[in-house]
Design a protein around this ligand. Structure first.
Ligand code: HEC
Ligand code: HEC
Ligand code: HEC
Length: 510
């Protein structure tokens, strides 16, 4: 009985969608990264309407031998005009880096970080004449949940001390400083989309906090038909069939194939050959797929994690046993063809993962950078795998023709039984804030299924905060835009918690 209106609505939606397609292509996001004010030229394919999906302005002052906090940054061209009044150190982080240590100090509360600001993007001809509509983007305030157009707004500064002799002693270290203006996940992409005229030779980005500066990006226009790929990005994970046709056995090999496609379903690597790591490093990847790069120097919450582009392929299960692994993965194990990340005796479930390309290539000697990389990934079902349903996951990032998208693929398979088992979450309510434009499929790395988190987020010897609880507590407690009391554990926890919230920083550190 309820079928009829449902069908009518469905038909109407389909009709409206086809009408819209006939009129104009779907809007395409524009990601802008300026390093010390410089944005790499972008090639636009065709002329879809565009909206701003990411802005990252990164200002890095040269390294110094004396520890002057972030004073050098305040004098650095590009950010010296900002209002630094109120700046406070809010957080500190230490990492072992081989024989020495790295210390990072994070600063917030500067007037320019806190207050309301906006960006405008305008198109300019080769002769320097402004054409077409101006695209406006409200950055909102640091402390106001929901303010501004972007879900994620992180305006911070950091000091990076490399080569500290021991934890607590940075004598003789090298101190560099960085300001980061980071905005991502546009909540109203369609409303703010505009056509950039084909006569545009460049775009000019202006920011109300620094009115004298213009961040300029050169634009090349190319046709869609000659393009190496199309806009949009989809990722699925295809799994090989078990040898008995029903379920995998412990120790059985499986082939996992991440299938990378553009928005029209065309495969980026139909012959299974992915770019080599050397091509990625040379910025010579026409399809725009990214690989892990340590050059970004990303840090949880504060710096550029969404740009890390680390492709991981993981499997974990059985689902009813999934939890944050107690095991800590030794960083050296990353170079294994597959790293064991959770075991039944230690964690109650089994999990393995690998980098794509394997970390022996991305972290290895330059000589290995030309090795061919295929999208056929082999993982062995762990020897200790218990019967039940398992999850496999992959994530990746692509920047193509100015558009940056992070996508994930998730798949399920059975081990030792055809009987399906189900996940028992201990946290939830996430969807009260994460829905629509801010749903998990659209934020950060695009992992929409929470059962997938556990295979990738265990503590690492060099990065304990990779553990899922650490990460989720870290980002939400540092955010002043959470819109709830992060100290009220029941905002996310479904039952009373025992133990402290790892990674949680009270009042965002200030
Ligand atoms: C396939 C592996 C994989 C899966 C699955 C995965 N992550 Fe991640 N996650 C990563 C990696 C790698 C990073 C580091 C940044 C990057 O490369 O994207 C990361 C970063 C993060 C961060 C840090 C963000 C920041 O701003 O510092 C959070 C939070 C996070 N993940 C939460 C989750 C949650 C929640 C899930 C499940 C819904 C999940 N992850 C699933 C691999 C994964
Ligand atoms: C009360 C609202 C609220 C709830 C509940 C909530 N989140 Fe969030 N989440 C946010 C906000 C706001 C941000 C963006 C924070 C910022 O950048 O300032 C965010 C960001 C994230 C991100 C993206 C991080 C990035 O770096 O891009 C992930 C992943 C995430 N949340 C996971 C979760 C998970 C998992 C849960 C449930 C266990 C959850 N969130 C519950 C409000 C919420
Ligand atoms: C924004 C959501 C969020 C809030 C708020 C939150 N947590 Fe969590 N917490 C998580 C997530 C996500 C995990 C990872 C475990 C999972 O989801 O399976 C976790 C895990 C934990 C764990 C580890 C459980 C285990 O599996 O070993 C503890 C302990 C914990 N939280 C304590 C707290 C305390 C104490 C508070 C309140 C002060 C708190 N959390 C608030 C999201 C949250």
């Amino acid at each position: 009985m309820r079928l009829e209106p449902f069908i009518t609505a469905g038909v109407l939606v389909a009709w409206a969608a086809s009408e819209m397609c006939a009129q104009s292509p779907a809007p395409v996001g524009l990601s802008l990264l300026a390093n010390n004010g410089v944005i790499k030229p972008i090639t636009f394919y065709g002329n879809p309407p565009r909206f701003i999906s990411e802005i990252d302005l990164v200002f890095t002052a040269p390294a110094e031998t004396a520890d002057q906090g972030i004073e050098p940054l305040k004098k650095f061209a590009g950010v010296s005009d900002l209002d630094w009044a109120g700046t406070k150190m809010v957080d500190e982080d230490w990492r072992a880096t081989g024989k020495t240590f790295k210390r990072q100090r994070f600063y917030r509360n500067a007037a320019w970080m806190n207050s309301d600001s906006r960006f405008t993007l305008s198109a300019v001809t080769a002769a320097g004449k402004r054409i077409g509509p101006e695209i406006r983007l409200e950055a909102g305030r640091d402390d106001l949940a929901g303010s501004g157009d972007m879900f994620v707004r992180r305006f911070v500064a950091r000091q990076i001390a490399n080569g500290c002799k021991s934890q607590g002693n940075c004598d003789g270290a090298e101190f560099s400083t960085q300001a980061l203006i980071q905005l991502r996940v546009n909540k109203n992409p369609n409303a703010s989309a505009a056509l950039i005229p084909v006569g545009a030779a460049s775009l000019e980005l202006r920011w109300s906090q620094n009115p004298k500066a213009i961040y300029k990006v050169g634009i090349n226009h190319a046709t869609e038909s000659g393009a190496p790929s199309g806009y949009g990005f989809e990722l699925t994970l295809d799994l090989s069939k078990p040898s008995n046709g029903m379920y995998f056995a412990p120790n059985e090999s499986m082939t996992l194939r991440p299938a990378f496609r553009d928005g029209r379903g065309r495969e980026l690597f139909p012959d299974h050959q992915m770019p080599t790591y050397a091509q990625f490093v040379r910025d010579d990847v026409p399809t725009g797929l990214g690989y892990y790069s340590s050059r970004i120097d990303s840090t949880v919450y504060y710096a550029l994690k969404h740009r890390e582009a680390n492709i991981l392929v993981a499997l974990a299960g059985p689902l009813e046993k999934l939890r944050v692994p107690k095991s800590i993965l030794n960083g050296e194990r990353l170079l294994d063809s597959e790293a064991v990340t959770a075991t039944v005796p230690a964690d109650g479930f089994s999990s393995v993962f690998t980098g794509l390309p394997n970390f022996s290539i991305s972290l290895g000697p330059p000589a290995g950078m030309d090795q061919p990389i295929t999208d056929l990934v082999t993982l062995k079902v762990p020897a200790d795998a218990q019967p039940g349903t398992y999850v496999a996951a992959v994530k990746s990032r692509r920047i193509f023709g100015g558009e940056a998208l992070n996508r994930a693929g998730v798949a399920f398979f059975q081990v030792s039984t055809t009987a399906a088992t189900t996940f028992k979450p201990t946290t939830g309510h996430c969807e009260s804030c994460h829905q629509g434009a801010t749903a998990f499929g659209n934020v950060l790395h695009g992992v929409a299924d929470r059962r997938a988190c556990y295979g990738c987020h265990m503590g690492l010897s060099f990065e304990p905060d990779n553990a899922l609880d650490f990460r989720v507590h870290s980002i939400h407690s540092r955010s002043r835009r959470f819109g709830a009391d992060v100290q009220k554990c029941s905002v996310c926890h479904l039952s009373p918690v025992t133990g402290p919230a790892r990674g949680l920083l009270a009042h965002a550190g200030f």
